[in-house]
Design a protein around this ligand. Structure first.
Ligand code: N1C
Length: 267
């Protein structure tokens, strides 16, 4: 349960790298470059000296406002649930699609562990964080819950959602209480220039695993109804080929991947 040493330096460094190196070509609008020190200050003043379990979904509001002001992700926003690895391989650090982790606000904090402590001299607890507040679920969601909600609000035009249709143990592809169902789906914009028009579901089945749900079945029906009720267009595709090829890159021996191999040789 260790927290991250060098949090400040890492976050500020990542902010510089994000804006001036890594994402310069395809994400940063030159007139919208942020001041990294100021951004870190907004983050720090939200959390420093604050008891972890008193935080909630508005704790980091200023930070997200500052980091993401003026940003819209048009026709390239990609969401996922149960498919972290393959989705990020496919989105390719923002070159193909943009996931939450490809936005500045989330890229600065991705993978870090931190929490405030009102008794500690520098206001952070560098020894351990509770991560589980019995009486306040919102404390645990303060950062990533708001990150997901804010990202959903930036998505415009057609968006993409990668789901897993081969979960074991009756776990559905679209499930209640996921970040996707609680913080993203309810927050897509329905009106205005930057509204979401269409939601494209990409439903994956892992090579060598059972297919538990396909488009038009079970939880996908539930999801389609929710999407149509909000006034968005809906499309669902089972196993898009480009995603099969990515999955097969790691599971070359699977039965389903022999087909990919066969097709590739014909080219
Ligand atoms: O609960 P989920 O999926 O539906 O969350 C995924 C959804 C994505 O579209 C992201 O935008 O919510 C966002 N998100 C992250 O970006 C993220 N990075 C790491 C949600 N969760 C994220 N994690 C961790 O994965 C987090 O600790 C959470 O508990 C899991 C959620 O994974 P899931 O069930 O596959």
């Amino acid at each position: 349960n260790g927290t991250t040493c060098g949090l400040k330096e890492i976050m500020i460094g990542r902010c510089y790298e994000y804006q001036y190196m890594k994402y310069q070509l395809f994400l940063t609008n030159q007139s919208n470059v942020k001041n990294c020190t100021q951004l870190y200050q907004a983050f720090e003043s939200a959390v420093r000296y604050k008891p972890y379990c008193n935080m909630n979904m508005s704790t980091y509001e200023k930070y997200f406002q500052l980091a993401l002001s003026g940003v819209h992700v048009i026709n390239r926003a990609m969401f996922w649930s149960g498919t972290y690895g393959v989705t990020h391989a496919y989105s390719a650090d923002g070159a193909n699609y943009i996931t939450l982790e490809d936005t500045l606000a989330a890229a600065m904090a991705n993978g870090l562990v931190w929490c405030g402590n009102e008794n500690h001299t520098d206001g952070f607890d560098f020894f351990s964080c509770p991560n589980n507040c019995k009486d306040n679920r919102w404390a645990d969601l303060a950062f990533w819950g708001l990150a997901s909600k804010t990202f959903a609000q930036l998505a415009a035009g057609e968006i993409y959602v990668v789901l897993n249709g081969s979960h074991a143990n009756d776990r559905p592809a679209f499930r209640n209480n996921s970040y996707f169902s609680d913080f993203e789906l309810p927050n897509f914009r329905r009106t205005g220039e930057y509204r979401v028009t269409k939601i494209n579901i990409l439903l994956l089945h892992s090579p060598d695993k059972n297919v538990t749900e396909k488009c038009g079945e079970k939880s996908l029906v539930q999801l389609e109804n929710l999407i149509l009720a909000q006034g968005f267009q809906y499309a669902c595709k089972d196993d898009p080929e480009e995603l099969i090829l990515i999955m097969c890159g790691n599971q070359w021996k699977a039965r389903e991947c022999q087909i990919a191999r066969h097709v590739l040789r014909q080219a």
